[in-house]
Design a binder for this molecule. Structure first.
Ligand SMILES: [Zn+2]
Length: 137
């Protein structure tokens, strides 16, 4: 039996030949870019913003370690904001470096990983890892 994968939510990311990319919406009227993509622009209310790729690299704005678990994650996981192109800030899980939150300004790279199981399916979501960590792997 093979394990199927299900995205945590449709329209958040996709795989490309160059690797995974996050997907956002960009307003043709005012230029505001939003992640996750929205059906209408949050700044001016224009309908049907275009879907744009944010790419896979950003800069860590800040992060923290969460010391309370929940139904999906054990205590000690790390979350933070990553600044992406078009001034989009993505709230995301991030990979700690030896138990430490990477310093602000660290270049972070997107990866799509199985986060938990639903039935036999792996639920896949995005997270960011320090780019140096990716190169060293
Ligand atoms: Zn707009």
């Amino acid at each position: 039996m093979t394990t199927a994968t299900t995205p945590v939510r449709e329209g958040l990311f996709r795989a490309t030949d160059e690797g995974p990319t996050l997907l956002a919406s960009r307003c043709a009227s005012c230029g505001r870019t939003a992640f996750p993509a929205k059906p209408t622009c949050l700044a001016c209310g224009a309908a049907d913003p275009a879907v744009v790729e944010l790419g896979a690299e950003g800069s860590l704005l800040c992060g923290t370690t969460v010391h309370m678990g929940n139904s999906r994650f054990q205590p000690g996981y790390t979350v933070g904001y990553v600044t992406m192109p078009h001034d989009v800030r993505v709230f995301t899980q991030i990979q700690a470096l030896g138990g430490e939150v990477p310093p602000a300004g660290t270049t972070m790279r997107l990866e799509l990983v199985p986060m938990w199981k639903e039935g036999d399916d792996d639920v896949v979501a995005h997270r960011f890892v320090p780019a140096e960590e990716v190169r060293d792997a």
